[in-house]
Ligand binder design. Structure first.
Ligand code: SF4
Ligand code: SF4
Length: 168
């Protein structure tokens, strides 16, 4: 639905907005169920986390995952991350944090997200929609989902990025 084709899916199955192609129409802002796209006031074009596309292209992990001192942001094959996240949820629940839950870790949410999070409260507390919906049927479910990672990096969460080939 981007009229200029500025939004692309990369070879890493991530979604990137090409600012040099964007005309600033804002259609994507209203369409994103997670509200992670905004207009860059300097350029007047749409902007969101790129999942460090430049770093991925040279074999590096996203900078925020690399820099996070508590390893709350993790990057890797989604299946591995799900195992780690499940173990962490069990650990937290056994420790009395009964609200510990994964958000977007299975296919129930829009067919499966490229990123998922470990929350210890309701999604709304983290600014996440409890029941995100796509505005049109023409959008692939995962098109908007890999963008949410950067938005909730401040929560105690797990970010996973689906690696190419890890899912059909
Ligand atoms: S604002 Fe969004 S929908 Fe409009 S051209 Fe830019 S990327 Fe495409
Ligand atoms: S939020 Fe993380 S993945 Fe996204 S652009 Fe910033 S450092 Fe890279």
């Amino acid at each position: 639905m981007c009229p200029t084709g500025a939004i692309i899916r990369t070879e890493f199955d991530t979604v990137v907005i090409q600012s040099d192609v964007c005309n600033g129409c804002r259609d994507c802002i209203g369409a994103c169920p997670f509200g992670v796209i905004d207009i860059n006031p300097a350029s007047g074009t749409a902007q969101k986390c790129t999942l460090c596309y430049d770093r991925l292209q040279v074999g590096l992990e996203p900078a925020c995952a690399k820099a996070c001192p508590t390893a709350s942001i993790q990057f890797g094959p989604v299946a591995d991350l799900r195992k780690r996240a499940d173990a962490r949820v069990s650990q937290l629940q056994n420790a009395g944090e009964t609200r510990a839950q994964l958000y977007g870790a299975d296919d129930k949410m829009l067919g499966g997200l490229n990123s998922f999070f470990l929350l210890v409260d309701r999604p709304e507390v983290y600014g996440l929609p409890p029941d995100p919906r796509l505005p049109t049927r023409n959008l692939k479910s995962s098109s908007w989902l890999s963008v949410i990672g950067a938005v909730v990096v401040s929560v105690a969460g797990l970010i996973s990025f689906r690696t190419r080939g890890s899912r059909a």
